[in-house]
Design a protein around this ligand. Structure first.
Ligand SMILES: [Zn+2]
Ligand SMILES: [Zn+2]
Length: 105
């Protein structure tokens, strides 16, 4: 929510700006106010898929077949989703080809 710095009235988006309906003051829309939601979505998606090479040594392994190369071993880790209705999801990464996927129970 944006407020007019001149009179304190709530401002409404108009093109690339916010406009005060009361006194006519306009303010340029900041990038943060436009893409706040978008950015958090992107970060979340990135986190959930990639197992970085930095922490791969510490990950446990499991016997599971990689759908990509047929290898029978993969690193795995659990990730708690933010939504309360969803259970933990296990992410797997093939030890051979690096293929990453998520497992549903
Ligand atoms: Zn105003
Ligand atoms: Zn593989």
């Amino acid at each position: 929510m944006e407020f007019c710095p001149k009179c304190g009235t709530v401002m409404f988006p108009k093109g690339d700006c916010f406009e005060c309906k009361n006194c006519g003051y306009t303010k340029e829309m900041t990038k943060e106010s436009v893409s706040q939601y978008e950015v958090s979505e992107k970060v979340d998606a990135k986190e959930s898929v990639i197992v970085t090479s930095d922490n791969i040594q510490t990950l446990p392994k499991t016997k599971v077949k990689c759908s990509k190369c047929g290898n029978n071993e993969a690193y795995w880790r659990l990730r708690q989703t933010r939504s309360a209705d969803e259970s933990e999801t296990r992410f797997l990464r093939c030890t051979k080809c690096g293929h990453t996927w998520r497992e549903y129970d």
